[in-house]
Write a protein that binds this ligand. Structure first.
Ligand code: HEM
Length: 458
């Protein structure tokens, strides 16, 4: 495999501006696997691949590590401890902690939280009115923050759970801010100092929650209690390490689920016939209630197709921690590997007419391994996939039995990609009554790169 001369800087520049645009450009220009070298005599390699065989090699080999963006913080600091999570672990330690956490996140646990989730959705929808305009991005983020807080940290102390959720969100925002990253000095008044102080507060309040769960009386059905029970039975994660795992679970669950909801609602608004059919099927089958299981197959297919066109985590990164070998390539240590799920999801050989939103394709489709990865793949595949899918089914089925959100005609919808794909300026939508025929409102913006909205799909 040859290094593409002069490709490194243009790729990096595009990556900083728009990762999705960057990966599509690399794919068009260089093909499904491309290799670049950072300028300089001993410049490190950068590999971009959406080839299923290469992806398998990388994501199933523990020699390639995940890299996360949370700042390291001074040694011995709470900041350093709370960024420790499944994402960052590897080898035996990763396997052990993942095994302890997985049972708490199975579909049956999500089912046990069905009433909690349904209660929160009901409460949210109770204030919605037909004809109103609402920013669906804000609404869905508020909703999934509440769901994540209640299911992860418990309902008995909902206010404290939600406060913890908000602090976690604020902490991660501080981690991402350019001003925090540029000036990493613990001087009062700087965002960096604020971030370190917040990490300390967060650690203390989560430790308190964990300790309360250790005392028998405070054990509830929440995920944190379930994990504490597993840890108490088998050992293997210290209290402090559980703090990091709780923080990351909240972060991994909250925004991803919100954006999956946002984009699914947007796609339905652009496919009126399908949206009306789905709403009728939901009402006829569920009669206003949340689903007990996946009773409406069409809803499942809509979710699968939405996550194909809008994989809310559109790419992942690995770094080779030791020299490795890929087909036709010696991979030196520190080589950075970018895996664009978004590009893999648009191969015509796996998904005919790839840009078209066609949920019915999932009636018979079984994509080959490593071609459809909305929840990642391999050693670090999402532990919350079943839980997330169940949450999406519950929220969407309740919402779509009552409302059909539609954007204003001519609205501009662009993407903003960080770890997730978000609408750049929110997603204001008007609420129509569910199940009534409506006209598609044409929209503008680079959302048209994500899906073909010319009408061929209906
Ligand atoms: C629609 C919602 C979700 C999407 C699209 C999603 C996507 C992903 C993806 C792509 C990865 C792999 C990242 C990589 O390989 O670098 C991942 C990992 C992870 N996800 Fe999710 N996720 C979702 C919901 C959740 C939920 C609800 C939870 C927890 C309750 C969760 C917890 C995690 C954790 C802890 C990992 C790291 C696993 C490991 O490193 O072993 N996610 N997720």
């Amino acid at each position: 495999m040859d290094v593409q001369p002069f490709g490194y800087l243009p790729t990096l520049w595009r990556l900083a501006r728009d990762p999705i645009g960057c990966f599509r450009w690399v794919d068009r220009r260089y093909g499904r696997t491309a290799l670049f070298r950072r300028p300089g005599r001993r410049g490190k390699l950068l590999l971009v691949t959406s080839d299923p065989d290469w992806i398998r090699e990388v994501v199933t080999d523990d020699g390639y590590r995940n890299s996360t963006l949370a700042l390291a913080g001074p040694s011995g600091s709470a900041q350093r401890r709370i960024r420790r999570s499944l994402f960052r672990l590897h080898g035996e330690e990763h396997r052990r902690e993942r095994r302890l956490m997985l049972p708490a996140l199975q579909k049956r646990t999500a089912d046990a939280h069905r009433d909690t989730m349904a209660g929160i959705v009901d409460e949210t929808l109770a204030s919605w009115r037909v004809g109103e305009r609402r920013d669906l991005e804000r609404e869905m983020k508020d909703l999934t923050r509440r769901i994540a807080a209640a299911t992860l940290f418990g309902e008995s102390d909902l206010a404290a759970s939600e406060a913890a959720g908000r602090s976690i969100e604020h902490w991660i925002q501080l981690n991402y801010r350019n001003r925090t990253r540029i000036l990493q000095l613990d001087i009062p008044g700087t965002p960096y100092a604020e971030m370190l102080a917040l990490a300390q507060e967060l650690e203390a309040s989560l430790l308190e929650m964990i300790r309360r769960r250790r005392s028998e009386s405070a054990r509830g059905p929440d995920l944190l209690s379930a994990i504490v029970r597993a840890v108490d039975a088998e050992g293997g994660i210290s209290e402090r390490n559980l703090v990091g795992q709780s923080v990351v679970m909240f972060l991994a669950a909250h925004e991803t689920t919100a954006y999956a909801l946002v984009w699914t609602l947007f796609l339905l608004s652009q496919h009126p016939e399908l949206a009306v059919r789905l709403s009728h099927e939901l009402r006829n089958t569920l009669g206003g209630a949340p689903p007990k299981d996946n009773e409406v197959a069409l809803l499942g297919h809509v979710i699968q197709e939405s996550l194909r066109l809008f994989p809310v985590v559109p790419y992942t990164v690995r770094v080779a921690m030791r020299p490795a070998r890929l087909p036709g390539l010696d991979v030196p240590r520190h080589t950075r590997i970018l895996i664009p799920f978004d590009v893999a999801h648009r191969r015509a050989e796996s998904f005919p007419r790839p840009q078209v939103f066609a949920p019915e394709r999932w009636q018979s489709l079984e994509p080959p391994p490593y071609t459809y990865m909305p929840f990642g793949a391999g050693l670090h595949m999402c532990v919350g996939a079943s839980f997330a899918t169940r949450t999406l089914e519950i929220v969407l089925s309740m919402l779509l039995q009552r409302f059909q959100p539609v954007p204003a005609a001519g609205a501009r919808i662009d993407r903003r990609v960080t770890v997730t794909i978000a609408p750049r300026r929110g997603l204001p939508m008007t609420l129509l009554e569910a199940g009534r025929p409506f006209e598609r409102a044409p929209v503008r913006g680079d959302v048209h790169d994500m899906v073909d909205l010319s009408g061929g799909g209906e």
